[in-house]
Ligand binder design. Structure first.
Ligand code: HDE
Length: 718
């Protein structure tokens, strides 16, 4: 009898993210070789018959290089193609053993390595970061019991309730098939045609049209698992769980006009922001939150926990913060890590399980299927970024690009020739046992009636927004529907909006120059062919909760200026004291300062000091900064005032509701702006005080992020 060779489970503290780095390749100081290790003597010239003669087929170096190049691209993700990744760690605050037996949620000593990929959904791989879109927030935990992927978004609900509608949704939002226009935008006919026929998307549309769709930074977004998952503890007791990520920098957005400008000035804005923050040591952090719902409470809510178009309001079930994720290392190679990472919500560990949410169930099929195409075969789990940090043993064999050299004669189970190994793990040995859920049902294609209220949470979301946030939603809808060419689609959407909020519908109708039609229920043309219309009429529920503070970004954390970018506009003759005091004060609080001048190089201060310039007005733009300051110095001020781009810089910063400060000696610049008459009444424009007071007040203003009240108040009657 062959002795079983069961390796001990990995010791928690031996888990190091470096384990993932065993494949890292560093060519520094090395000589060039072919892929088979032969050293290359000439990488400049192909082999020819004479120096002016034809190239020779024999040139194995040329052929190997070109062949590899020809195959460099792999298919981009069909959705979430545009993304940025980072490594980090997750540390648990307190054992969650009461609700889950997952070791990484029991053991407070282990730092679990993580890899995170943020993304947009609709655009291609090279599209702008600042599209109005949902953001993907996919986290892989490399745990002691295998990989756990929490593949979430920055919005807690989704457009559709059943996975079978996903291809339709994505076909509708992607560029239109005849002319492949527009890129990374939902503002076009096919998207709104579909949405206007899918009332179940009403709640998600409110989120997608809100400021949540325009994050200031990946570091300033919440994340959500969206579906209801299940936790199972060591005694087999299950509870429902909703996952949340809460950013320690708060949840912040940019303005829509700003987003469109950033897309031109720096389409890599979010990618650069994440990379730079990690490189500078300002590691982004999120707390992992859970909402736990005992099984017994499954039917206690006005909505169905299995319906992904609904959230569980934090007022009903508080979010408990159970641990912290810190992103502390940039990838070494974008392709090897960020592009090849293959997330899947079926990557799960004992203690966590699925529910019957029909969207979740469909996803369980889709992710592996998509990797087979994208990564070219069944061995994608062997790619370094996808390997778990624990050993893998099974009888799967061969296939394209197999890395493992499996030894021995047996690749089947049961076997006697290898002592029946690898053998199955008992639950006590960490074997995954699916939750034993009782199901007693007919096989049926149908939607549960408990899924048919589509408007109450859309209304709850809208009612929970601050006034500026409401205005932004109305503006976003007016913009998006304004880009739709088919009037009937615009009108149908107005009908849907009127079921959410009449004043919102009225404001959008006003902007579109249309009247609100009486919505016909069911608006949903996608009901099954033989269904009874009455069965599908939207069940109108009035949520007992009328407002939820957690849904608004207005009350978010505004206590720091860490990693915020401040522009200082200067030219020759700048007063170095006025500049220096502000720069020092901002940097002391973790903000970053860029000196922007008419040209690159140096500016010479009024006392002949050379001050390094970071950007010129040609390369910089106010949309890439959080705040602007103009220091004193008569000549500097005069040059800035005469520089159209500098005045535009200030005007744009004001329009985007950003804090602006000017030394008393620089007031003449502000007088050349369009907002000169509004300065006195504006909380976010700080002028007329001593340099030290100015710095203190300016920093307080930057902490607030934006002065949205600057925008025109709107009064469209309901
Ligand atoms: Fe995905 N989704 N999705 N999705 N999804 C993919 O998998 C899919 C859904 C999400 O950074 C694909 O590897 C279906 C909800 C993220 O690599 C694909 C349905 C949520 C990412 C796929 C959904 C997500 C993806 C494409 C409806 C939030 C990027 C490439 C049932 C909870 C992960 C890939 C990364 C990617 C299918 C709906 C999040 C095609 C069928 C809901 C963050 O498999």
């Amino acid at each position: 009898m062959v002795k079983k060779n069961i390796k001990p489970a990995i010791e928690p503290n031996n888990l190091k993210s470096e384990q993932l780095g065993q494949f890292r390749d560093d060519a520094s100081g090395q000589l060039m070789t072919t892929n088979t290790g032969t050293r290359i003597n000439d990488d400049q010239n192909s082999l020819k018959a004479g120096d002016r003669g034809p190239s020779l087929l024999e040139d194995f170096i040329l052929r190997e290089k070109i062949t590899h190049f020809d195959h460099e691209r792999i298919p981009e993700r069909v959705v979430h193609a545009r993304g940025s990744g980072a490594h980090g760690v997750f540390k648990l605050y307190e054992s969650q053993s009461a609700v889950t037996k997952a070791l990484f949620l029991n053991d407070t000593k282990t730092e679990t390595p993580v890899f995170v990929r943020f993304s947009t959904v609709a655009g291609s791989k090279g599209s702008t970061d600042l599209a109005r879109d949902v953001r993907g927030f996919a986290v892989r935990f490399y745990t002691q019991e295998g990989n756990f992927d929490l593949v979430g978004n920055n919005m807690p609900v989704f457009f559709i309730q059943d996975a079978i509608k996903f291809p339709d949704l994505i076909h509708a939002v992607k560029p239109e098939p005849d002319n492949e226009i527009p890129q990374a935008a939902s503002a076009h006919d096919t998207f709104w045609d579909f949405i206007s026929l899918m009332p179940e998307s009403a709640h998600m549309i409110m989120w997608a049209m809100s400021d949540r769709a325009l994050p200031r930074s990946y570091r300033m977004m919440e994340g959500f698992g969206v579906h209801t998952f299940r936790f199972v503890n060591a005694d087999g007791v299950a509870s429902f769980v909703k996952f949340h990520w809460k950013p320690l920098l708060g949840v912040h957005a940019v303005a829509w006009d700003e987003a469109q400008n950033i897309s031109g000035k720096d389409p890599d804005f979010h990618r650069r922001d994440l990379w730079d923050a990690i490189e500078s040591g300002a590691f982004p952090e999120w707390e992992l939150g859970v909402q736990i719902i005992p099984e017994a409470d499954e039917f206690k809510f006005e909505f169905d926990l299995l319906d992904s178009t609904k959230l569980v309001p934090e007022e009903l079930v508080p979010v408990q913060r159970i641990g912290k994720m810190t992103l502390n290392r940039n990838p070494d190679n974008f392709f090897a890590e960020t592009e090849q990472v293959a997330f899947h919500l079926g990557h799960i560990v004992p203690g966590i399980d699925f529910t019957n949410d029909p969207l979740l169930q469909g996803r369980l099929f889709s992710y592996t299927d998509t990797q087979l195409l994208r990564l070219g075969g069944p061995n994608f789990q062997e790619i370094p970024i996808n390997r778990p940090v624990v050993p893998v043993y099974n009888n799967q064999r061969d296939g394209h690009m197999r890395q493992a050299i499996n030894s021995g004669k047996t690749s089947y189970h049961p076997n006697s020739l290898n002592g029946n190994s690898p053998d199955q793990a008992k639950a006590s040995e960490g074997g995954f046992v699916s939750y034993n859920e009782r199901i007693d049902a007919s096989k049926i294609r149908a939607r549960s009636k408990s899924f048919l209220d589509h408007f109450s949470q859309a209304r709850l979301f809208f009612n929970s927004q601050s006034d500026p946030e409401k205005n932004h939603i109305a503006d976003a809808l007016s913009f998006e529907l304004g880009k739709v060419k088919t009037i009937a689609i615009r009108e149908r959407m107005l009908g849907i909006l009127s079921l959410i909020d009449k004043s919102l519908a009225a404001e959008v109708a006003y902007a579109l120059g249309l009247h609100i039609p009486i919505p016909e229920l069911p608006i949903n043309k996608s009901i099954p062919a033989d269904a009874l219309v009455e069965d599908y009429e939207s069940v109108q529920v009035e949520s007992t909760l009328t407002q939820s503070d957690a849904l608004s970004m207005a009350g978010t954390i505004k206590d720091s200026i860490r990693t915020r970018k401040v522009a200082i506009l200067a030219a020759d003759g700048v007063d170095e004291k006025s500049l220096g005091i502000m720069k020092k004060a901002i940097e002391a609080q973790g903000g970053t300062v860029n000196i922007i001048a008419p040209r690159l190089g140096f500016v010479t201060s009024v006392n002949d000091q050379q001050i390094q310039v970071d950007e010129s007005f040609l390369t910089a733009a106010s949309v890439l900064f959080d705040a602007v300051y103009v220091p004193a110095g008569a000549n500097s001020v005069a040059s800035i005032e005469a520089e159209a781009d500098a005045v535009h810089f200030l005007n744009e910063a004001f329009k985007h509701c950003k804090p602006i400060a000017a030394d008393t000696g620089a007031m003449q610049v502000l007088e050349s702006t369009y907002f000169s008459k509004k300065i006195e009444n504006d909380e976010g424009v700080i002028v007329g005080i001593s340099p030290t007071e100015l710095a203190t007040e300016f920093i307080a203003a930057i902490k607030k992020h934006r002065f949205w009240e600057r925008e025109k108040p709107r009064k469209i009657p309901a």
